[in-house]
Design a protein around this ligand. Structure first.
Ligand code: PMV
Length: 324
């Protein structure tokens, strides 16, 4: 069996993508900037010439909607490159203690990379990020390590990811706090559509350009305070957009709000940290290495049963048989 296994790490947006201008091509209405994480990744092997089309995740056959999404994505890439045939997608998600982090960024980045390898296509990382984007918007950024930007672009060719700094000096840590909630969430696709009905949606888009410039400067200047302030502000704005929709909604749970207050209190006490929150109730706390343990202790004190995973910077896309 050919080993086409690609490994992609999950990323968390510091300046977020929340709104599409083209749903089919997944063209965003704004650019976004992220941190790739070392603690969370997906390994995917696309095996060709099989008897049928299947998707296995963590050793189990996946059926239904999740499988359809993966299989139709591979078929879409096959059409793009004028190739065909059956295949199995074999994925392993390495997300310790299921920290509730969206895995679609690493999933579709790994799958796009494995596809390119399986069909021996000569594609640049920029091209790969465009292919990953067709599976999931956030996957565009997971092709790169460290800090990455996804340029919104005006069409498929100009909407791609790029590394800002793959080996940052900043000792930035992200503490993922998984809350014990089972509530069904509104998917990011649904949430983004609903967001368009918010009176804050247009201002949200307008803010983006300046925030991208400021975030790039914070990264270049190794300025953790500006990075954290901007990330927190950007996340809060995204969630404010949702709360002001025609049919208001929020991903926040009571514990989400409790953690927001905790981060604000810790800051007042001199422990510098900031929060960011995506399309779910879990909170990610941004801090520096020297304060990380103390902040985790405070989280555990407030919410003793939550799961916490700390992460640093992860690398960009890798092929496993090319390692070592
Ligand atoms: O591309 P998706 O469906 O994983 O949506 C990502 C949405 C956010 O995580 C909230 C923001 C982002 O830029 O990753």
């Amino acid at each position: 069996m050919m080993n086409n296994t690609a490994r992609a790490h999950t990323n968390i947006a510091l300046i977020k993508y929340w709104g599409k201008k083209d749903a089919d091509l997944r063209l965003p209405l704004m650019s976004s900037i992220s941190m790739t994480l070392d603690a969370f990744y997906t390994d995917t092997n696309l095996v060709l010439d099989t008897e049928d089309k299947r998707f296995y995740l963590n050793g189990e056959l996946v059926t239904g909607k999740a499988s359809e999404r993966v299989i139709s994505y591979v078929e879409r890439l096959q059409k793009l490159f004028h190739v065909s045939g059956n295949f199995h997608v074999i994925s392993q998600n390495h997300v310790p203690t299921s920290a509730g982090l969206a895995s679609s960024s690493s999933a579709f980045a790994a799958l796009a990379a494995s596809f390119v390898k399986a069909y021996q296509l000569d594609i640049s990382k920029k091209g790969l990020s465009i292919l990953a984007r067709l599976g999931s918007g956030s996957a565009t950024r997971s092709i790169f390590g460290g800090f990455a930007i996804w340029h919104q672009g005006q069409n498929s060719a100009t909407s791609f990811g790029e590394a800002i700094d793959e080996t940052p000096e900043m000792d930035l840590r992200m503490i993922a706090v998984e809350l014990n909630t089972k509530q069904k969430k509104i998917s990011s696709t649904q949430g983004m559509e609903m967001a368009k009905t918010s009176p804050f949606f247009i201002p949200w888009i307008h803010e983006n350009e300046a925030q991208i410039i400021d975030m790039k400067a914070a990264i270049e200047n190794n300025d953790f305070t500006s990075l954290g302030e901007l990330a927190e502000q950007n996340a809060s704005q995204m969630h404010a957009v949702n709360l002001a929709c025609e049919t208001p909604f929020t991903y926040f749970e009571p514990e989400t709000v409790a953690l927001i207050h905790l981060v604000q209190d810790l800051r007042k006490q001199g422990l510098e940290c900031y929060y960011t929150i995506d399309a779910g109730p879990n909170v990610k706390i941004l801090t520096e290495l020297r304060n990380s343990k103390e902040i985790q202790k405070a989280v555990k004190q407030l919410l003793p049963t939550v799961k916490i995973v700390e992460s640093g910077f992860g690398p960009g896309i890798q092929y496993l048989n090319e390692q070592i």
